[in-house]
Ligand binder design. Structure first.
Ligand code: TYD
Ligand code: MG
Length: 454
């Protein structure tokens, strides 16, 4: 009989301690330690000494078939996974409660099932009737999905081992799963890790693709089991701004494809609709001619996305002016403000500054600097920017505008959406931008841009 070992495990990062303490030394979170039975999940019989069996060693150049992929039937989902589900792979899909994870995965399993593949949906959170109700609402009730409301990993593995190997298995959610091999309560790090391990083993053994749904904590991490993120092949997060109907699926890790690729969906009364041209959607609610808005020609993954940046610069009544930003990096905003102040004579220290990326998109590219600066100055001087212009370029600390990648793709997208000119870095002209059909207004320095607006 294995000796039961109790220890205190951080529910955020999985670090274990002998004693309780208020703060986890490993991830710095407070009050995340909980007592758990961490008796190994490997049965004693296997742990006992035995002579290892020999296995064949292979060469790197051997003929392994290319990772066989299967389309999910949803273009936007395929884009994020890198071209479809890879056999034997395990994906983790995280997101806030109510964002639409169950909806997305109900749609994906239904599409797979309709295409003739064995697709299984296991819900640990909802009863069969609830899942059916959702499927009915989505108009998918007739799809031959195999459905169950179960939480025992052993039972799930035994059930799915019978019959044809399922091509897609959705586990909604990993936090509700539990396995007999460890004694902790469901939802604890030890349980989640052991359950995930068992399911991953099943996927690798059979070649089934498994999608695990994971809950997200307040600071945007997939709850507790950050450990699971290391175990799976891909980590996708499903995001959206509260009131907006847009949802963005983003890959944070992908062993079989590019990261930072996004899939865009719109939540409608009939489920998630794929948005194949996100620029159109993000620009659909533009208020033409209002000061403080600039259109940024960005790149998300491999595709260009045009999005509006909205700035508000207003005199402050506070000792320390407010700086608030939604959808962009706050430290990037601070840098742009500092450069405007130091090199361009734009005085912002007496002003509150708000910056918002329209449509709920989260931008990570430094190429948005120029558009942000243009929006900020436009709001400060209360002069609208030309409505047919797009902006992109990185700003250096000296105020110089630095070139960014994929100029041609950005310009092509702008032209497609009816824009007439681009404000861009000087050296970008040679980079395929010359014959784009847009008027190109290259700026070498932020001072030039400020002078043009003000
Ligand atoms: P759900 O998929 O249950 O979210 P999650 O699994 O991430 O918690 O979706 C929850 C929300 O989506 C819910 O508030 C209602 C909304 N919704 C729609 O707007 N249209 C639909 O067709 C469906 C099924 C849900
Ligand atoms: Mg759900």
């Amino acid at each position: 009989m294995a000796k039961s070992t109790l220890s205190f495990v951080c529910q955020n990062c999985g670090a274990a301690y002998n004693r309780w303490q208020g703060k986890c030394d490993s991830c710095g979170e407070w009050n995340t330690l909980a007592e758990e039975d961490t008796t190994g999940s490997v049965p004693v019989s296997i742990r006992s000494k035995r002579k290892g069996r020999t296995f064949a060693l292979e060469s790197l150049s051997g003929k392994t078939q290319d990772a066989p992929r299967l389309s999910s039937g949803m273009t936007e989902l395929d884009r994020v996974t890198g071209g479809g589900f890879v056999r034997g792979s395990v994906l983790l899909v995280g997101g806030d409660p109510g964002i639409g994870k169950s909806t997305l995965l109900t749609q994906a399993t239904s599409m797979m099932a309709r295409a003739g593949h064995r697709a299984v949906y296991i819900s640990g959170e909802e009863a069969v009737a609830q899942v059916r109700l959702r499927a009915e609402r989505l108009g998918l009730a007739d799809a031959p999905v195999q459905l169950a409301s179960e939480t025992s990993v052993e039972d799930i593995v035994s059930t799915l081992s019978e019959g044809a190997v399922p091509r897609l298995i959705v586990i909604d959610s990993i936090q509700t799963m539990w396995t007999d091999t460890v004694e902790s309560a469901p939802g604890t790090v030890t349980q989640v890790r052991a359950s995930a391990q068992a399911l991953i083993r099943f996927a690798k053994k059979t070649g089934a693709t498994i999608i695990l749904v994971g809950h997200v904590t307040k600071d945007g991490q997939i709850a507790g089991p950050r450990v699971v993120e290391h175990m799976v092949d891909a980590v996708l997060s499903f995001e959206g701004e509260g009131s907006q109907q847009f949802r963005i699926l983003r890959s944070a890790k992908n062993r079989f494809g590019a990261t930072d690729e996004i899939g865009v969906f719109e939540m409608t009364g009939l489920g998630l609709r794929e948005v194949t041209n996100p620029s159109e959607l993000f620009l659909s609610e533009r208020e033409l001619g209002s000061p403080g808005t600039a259109v940024f020609a960005g790149i998300e993954g491999t595709r260009p996305v045009l999005v509006e940046l909205q700035a508000l610069v207003a005199p402050t009544s506070l000792g320390t002016p407010r700086r608030a930003v939604v959808g962009w990096d706050p430290s990037r905003l601070s840098m742009v403000l500092a450069v405007l102040e130091a090199h361009c004579g734009v005085k912002l220290s007496g002003h509150d500054v708000y910056l918002n990326v329209a449509g709920g998109l989260r931008i990570q590219e430094p190429a948005a600097d120029l558009a942000a600066a243009a929006a900020l100055v436009s709001s400060l001087v209360n002069a609208p920017l030309p409505t047919d212009a797009v902006y992109f370029g990185e700003i250096s600390l000296s105020g110089a505008i630095r070139p960014v990648a994929q100029t041609a793709a950005r310009l092509k997208e702008a032209l497609k959406l009816g824009f007439g000119r681009a404000i861009l870095p000087e050296s970008a002209r040679g980079d395929g931008g010359g014959d784009a059909g847009l008027a190109l207004n290259s700026v070498g320095n932020l001072t030039t841009l400020v002078a043009e607006i003000a």
